[in-house]
Design a protein around this ligand. Structure first.
Ligand SMILES: [Zn+2]
Length: 309
């Protein structure tokens, strides 16, 4: 069996962060992600080389990944990918998948019962799928001992659409509702700390979008606050029409990128691949910088804020 790709662990003292990569590749032409923005402008705003997340032919490189954080024999999962066995008639690439999630987590040393918390940034189908598993009879929580952390406003919004309403994505019924019914949800508001994670409200991409900070290590998991590194210098660029409230999403990016640059945070997002930072390369101008070598003039401080084992 071919396992999913594991990158890392990225080591922060006693904490290890693994990227569990469900998929990575050429996702769409650049004009689909950033309508009306020329490829040259995107390239100029992106890191150089393979971290540009833009091919020579103008295809956007994206990823679907989740993050496993371990400390000794304790484990948490951040994001839950697109999952197995889910009917996704409108998204054939996720329809009735059968990916070796369990085996991949086991290869990282973690059993399903070891996961204490699953942090869900928002309720889109590529972020919640692994939350539940079909047991032959019904959907049940994949991680039997875990609390699933999500924003009450996010749940209230999506659950507000009645059955049969096209706005109610099937993932609400097959991946979230069973968690609520099983009593496995822990609702969290911005500012709360749960385990090693400080939860931050970043409403914008969705009505209750959260980002998660490993608070004592300044490591952040951004969900879909950002879809492409070119949004670091251009927080005003929305990814397609995917942001629920574009203005709010833009202001969240501005606010947080500023903070990330100042505090030299290590950043991971579901669709942007490896750990990166946001650097202020000249007053008011930000760039995403990955751990790999960057042109010095673009990224004056190249020291990695994480180590790889
Ligand atoms: Zn997403």
């Amino acid at each position: 069996m071919t396992l999913l790709e594991i990158r890392g662990p990225h080591v922060f003292d006693e904490l290890k962060v693994f990227q569990i990569i469900e998929w990575e590749g050429e996702a769409m032409p650049h004009g689909v992600l950033f309508p009306g923005i020329p490829a040259d402008a995107i390239r100029k705003a992106s890191p150089s080389g393979e971290n540009s997340r833009l091919t020579e032919t103008g295809m956007i490189v994206s990823s679907t990944q989740m993050f496993l954080v371990t400390q000794g024999n304790r484990a948490i999962l951040i994001e839950a990918g697109s999952g197995n066995g889910k009917a996704r008639p409108d998204e054939p690439y996720w329809d009735h998948q059968n990916l070796p999630y369990r085996e991949t987590l086991a290869a990282a040393g973690v059993g399903l019962g070891d996961v204490e918390y699953v942090f869900l940034s928002h309720m889109h189908p590529d972020h919640v799928g692994l939350a539940t598993t079909w047991n032959g009879d019904r959907w049940e929580p994949t991680f039997p001992g875990a609390k699933y952390v999500l924003a009450p406003r996010e749940w209230a919004y999506w659950n507000g659409f009645p059955a049969g309403d096209p706005a109610r994505h099937p993932c609400i019924n097959d991946s979230i509702l069973p968690l609520v019914e099983a009593g496995s949800v822990q609702f969290a508001r911005g500012g709360e700390r749960i385990g090693p994670v400080r939860v931050h409200d970043t409403t914008g991409h969705t009505p209750g979008h959260l980002v998660f900070e490993l608070e004592d290590r300044n490591v952040w998991f951004l969900g879909d606050l950002i879809h492409h590194p070119a949004q670091a210098p251009h927080p005003e660029w929305s990814a397609a029409d995917w942001d629920f409230d574009r203005e709010l999403a833009r202001s969240q990016r501005r606010r947080f990128f500023h903070q990330f640059a100042e505090s030299r945070a290590t950043l991971l997002a579901a669709h942007t691949g490896d750990p990166f930072r946001v650097e202020e390369i000249s007053p008011g101008r930000f760039m995403a910088c990955y751990g790999d070598p960057m042109p010095v003039e673009l990224c004056p401080s190249r020291a990695r804020t994480f180590q790889q084992e």
